[in-house]
Design a protein around this ligand. Structure first.
Ligand SMILES: Cc1cc2nc3c(=O)[nH]c(=O)nc-3n(C[C@H](O)[C@H](O)[C@H](O)COP(=O)(O)OP(=O)(O)OC[C@H]3O[C@@H](n4cnc5c(N)ncnc54)[C@H](O)[C@@H]3O)c2cc1C
Length: 385
């Protein structure tokens, strides 16, 4: 999909566009939907070759942990029974269909390398071209997509195959022999289960942060999940003391086991050890307490980290998370907004626009019906979703 906006490949400088949305995941596409409905001029940039590649890249057997009924985007339900669990490729195809159905101007294969402010405009530099704009929506992912691996990983014996969960596809990548899975959250649980099922002696290291106390594929889930999602939306928000208290924990720790749980792991012979891997001893992984494991594989299920180093604006706190309250961060005269992030105030894009606090308008824009589009004020805004 392409947009009509010219690039700077002609050498005339950055292309001018009212709004650049960075990222064509759920957040970026939903933002695009609302911008398109209001006849606003925008382009969505995504580093992936195809919309949905951020889901296609996961391991082969991954199914969503959340039911299809919760996966709707504005204007389109997920095309599957509400209590089914789509595969990662079905999720990817849904996003691609969404972008094409609403003719969203997505440019794929374009990685944004820098965002800065120059001469009263935002300048978005990509590996292909650059854009000057009044508004930027950063929708590059909630937990960051930069794999986190501890520094001592480099000390492991080269004979040990090691990979981050983002590079893991299936057990065929593993060398014959034992597997250490580091990190006992959803991905660690699932990958350890798969390795154990494939016959590898497997150790899952790390403290389990609880487990969902029902079978997500069973009948109780039909009743319990809607309640949990309601609580997540209304209780785990910055509006409540509980939500504010939980946020650091949610950000710093993995979630509970959801699909493969302790009993499933035990059934396929996975040894669960609460001790964390804390270093390397003679090339082998060493756990807290001194136990050294002679394994042939290490899979790092240690999560991702935020990397906003490409944003040349003071938008993050000392932990690297964007500063925000009610999704807004006053910063460099800009407004930073976040959506799609665990434990935050929900941003209702529709209401936000109605209140006239939406993205700032560069020039009068008309709706497809020819009426002047409403909302917006003179100025600039930067949102991070
Ligand atoms: C293994 C795994 C399983 C998950 N399962 C579930 C689940 O079952 N249910 C659920 O609700 N959530 C799940 N999540 C979380 C889910 O992926 C995110 O909540 C969701 O994708 C957030 O959408 P987003 O649009 O904010 O970001 P993303 O989906 O991460 O999209 C960000 C997009 O930005 C692009 N991008 C990033 N940086 C740049 C750049 N510099 N230039 C250009 N483009 C860029 C990326 O290519 C990507 O397409 C899972 C995550 C993982 C890792």
């Amino acid at each position: 999909m392409t947009s009509e906006i010219s690039s700077d490949l002609d050498g005339l400088g950055p292309a001018r566009v009212e709004t650049v949305v960075i990222g064509a995941g759920q957040a970026g596409l939903a933002t695009g939907y609302h911008l398109a409905r209001r006849g606003r001029e925008f382009v969505i940039l995504d580093a992936g070759e195809r919309v949905g590649d951020n889901w296609r890249c996961h391991w082969d057997s991954l199914r969503l942990y959340s039911p299809a009924g919760t996966g709707a985007l504005p204007g389109m339900r997920f095309p599957a029974p509400p209590m089914s669990y789509p595969t990662k490729d079905e999720m990817a195809d849904f996003l691609e269909t969404y972008a094409s159905t609403f003719e969203l101007p997505v440019r794929t294969g374009v990685r944004v390398t820098q965002l800065c402010r120059e001469d009263g405009k935002y300048v978005v530099t990509t590996d292909a071209s650059s854009f000057a704009c009044d508004n930027v929506v950063v929708a590059s992912g909630p937990f960051g997509r930069t794999p986190y691996v501890p520094a001592f990983a480099g000390e492991l014996d080269p004979g040990i195959a090691q990979m981050h969960s983002s590079a893991y596809k299936n057990p065929a990548q593993l060398r014959p022999g034992g597997v250490l899975v580091v990190g006992a959250s959803h991905s660690g649980g699932d990958i350890a289960f798969e390795a154990g099922t494939a016959g590898h002696p497997t150790v899952l290291s790390g403290r389990v942060n609880g487990e969902v106390p029902f079978d997500i594929h069973g009948k109780p889930a039909r009743v319990i999940f809607p309640i949990l999602f309601f609580l997540a939306k209304h209780l785990m928000t910055l509006r409540t003391p509980l939500g504010r208290k939980m946020r650091p924990k949610v950000r710093a720790h993995g979630g509970p086991l959801i699909r493969a749980k302790r009993a499933d792991l035990a059934r396929v012979g996975v040894e669960m050890v609460p001790a964390r891997m804390v270093g390397v001893s003679d090339g082998l992984p060493a756990l807290d307490g001194g136990r050294v494991l002679k394994v042939a594989n290490v899979v790092w299920c240690t999560g991702f980290r935020q990397d906003f180093s490409w944003i040349d604006l003071p938008v993050t706190d000392e932990d690297g998370w964007p500063l925000e309250m009610r999704g807004v961060v006053p910063s460099s005269g800009a407004v930073l907004r976040r959506a799609g992030v665990p434990v935050r105030l929900r941003v209702n894009a529709r209401r936000w626009y109605r209140q006239g606090r939406g993205l700032r308008r560069q020039s009068p824009v008309r709706t497809p019906a020819g009426r002047p589009a409403r909302g917006g004020r003179a100025g600039h805004s930067l949102m991070v979703c």
